[in-house]
Ligand binder design. Structure first.
Ligand SMILES: NC(=O)c1ccc[n+]([C@@H]2O[C@H](COP(=O)([O-])OP(=O)(O)OC[C@H]3O[C@@H](n4cnc5c(N)ncnc54)[C@H](OP(=O)(O)O)[C@@H]3O)[C@@H](O)[C@H]2O)c1
Length: 347
């Protein structure tokens, strides 16, 4: 694939593309690709910021390999990664009446047919997956909030029914989903136990965690404490070990396919958890649904200051490979943001 040129015509845009699976630095290249035009119900956004989330690094590596059956056997069928959106409306489809050119918006392509992805100068999304960006949020914060924030919101509020008197344990509390989950659970009045390594103890406490389990010293699945909800963003313990530390009516939320190695990655462990859910325990999965009601709820929490977007590091679009490699290290504190500068500055 040729490197991009400095100029952009009205019909093309700068993007980071991927035509084979592998390490981010080896398979992600800069390119000029066709600028998409909005369908009747879609909006074209001049991107200002997006973020790296687990589906991005899974798709870059093509792991676990079983996912290639859907994503493209030899190479990715969709060449541009990214789903979170923050930017300015550049064009609207004929059916879109409530968003206008120039509006500052945020939202997501996740779960929609809008393509290409958001690691690009422009991105499409259905209008019902975008809302006005709260003035209190920067583009960077908005673009780093959607997938992790809405996943955490649905896990903690909808599935876990977090509230006063309920104890929630969050495994993987210092990552993107975990940092949102701690704050949302606290804003709903729940008692939060955060599981992280030694270096992150003060960090998760600063987000509101009532108790912390340092996984380098203690194993929460062997402790005496029982939990109403376990949100497991790591899945490094057998599902039955999690079930053993739930209250009798407690809920286990498996939310990771683990390190994704091999043909199946951590999918067998997820399957075992779901099987367990048919018998001895309440097991519920969570999905990210970035529709307008969820986006509005997330925006309200962020705009009120009840929760904040924790960004460990921000990369410009031309360093997208480094941004994805950062997350692949599995040590990210909060989100990894990606900013999309003006057209002249992109590459
Ligand atoms: N259901 C959905 O729709 C949905 C959407 C988004 C994400 N997810 C899932 O959510 C999971 C978490 O994603 P993420 O974005 O938060 O990022 P992440 O990259 O998985 O989180 C990084 C964090 O994990 C912590 N960590 C690593 N090993 C740990 C362990 N053994 N015990 C506890 N913490 C550990 C690290 O802290 P230390 O350095 O302290 O170890 C680091 O802060 C992913 O598996 C992803 O697939 C699901």
């Amino acid at each position: 694939m040729p490197e991009s040129t400095k100029t952009t015509s009205s019909a093309t845009m700068a993007a980071i593309v991927q035509h084979r699976y592998g390490a981010p630095e080896q398979v992600l290249t800069r390119a000029q690709i066709a600028r998409p035009a909005p369908g009747a119900d879609e909006v074209l956004v001049r991107m200002r910021a997006t973020s790296v989330n687990t589906p991005d690094w899974l798709a870059v590596q093509g792991t676990p390999r079983i996912l290639r059956l859907q994503a493209g056997l030899r190479r990715p069928a969709a060449p541009v990664r990214g789903s979170d959106i923050a930017g300015i409306v550049a064009a609207v489809g004929t059916n879109v009446t409530d968003l206008r050119i120039g509006d500052e918006v945020f939202g997501s392509q996740w779960g929609t047919r809008s393509r290409p992805g958001t690691f690009a100068e422009y991105a499409l999304a259905p209008a019902d997956h975008l809302i006005p960006k709260p003035a209190e949020l920067s583009f960077e914060e908005a673009g780093a909030s959607v997938m992790s924030g809405i996943t955490a919101l649905r896990a903690v509020r909808d599935v876990g029914r977090a509230g006063p008197g309920r104890r929630i344990l969050i495994n993987g509390a210092s990552g993107g989903v975990g940092t949102f989950a701690i704050q949302i659970a606290k804003s709903l009045g729940a008692h939060v136990t955060a599981v992280c390594s030694t270096r992150n103890i003060e960090f998760v406490q600063s987000l509101g965690a009532d108790e912390v389990v340092d996984y380098t010293r203690d194993d929460y699945t062997r402790g005496a404490q029982r939990y109403d909800v376990i949100l497991d963003n790591v899945m490094n313990h057998p599902p039955a070990a999690n079930a053993a530390v739930l209250t009798p009516s407690g809920t286990f939320i498996p939310n990771s396919i683990g390190d994704a190695g091999g043909f199946l990655g951590g999918l067998p462990r997820i399957a075992r958890a779901q099987l367990m859910g048919r018998g001895s325990a309440d097991v519920r999965s969570v999905t990210c649904v970035p529709d307008r009601p969820n986006l509005r709820d997330l925006a309200a929490l962020l705009a009120s200051g009840d929760i904040a977007v924790i960004i460990e590091r921000t990369y410009p679009l031309n360093e997208a490979a480094a941004a994805i490699a950062h997350m692949l290290g599995h040590r990210a504190r909060g989100q990894i943001a990606v900013t999309i500068p003006s057209a002249d500055e992109i590459f």
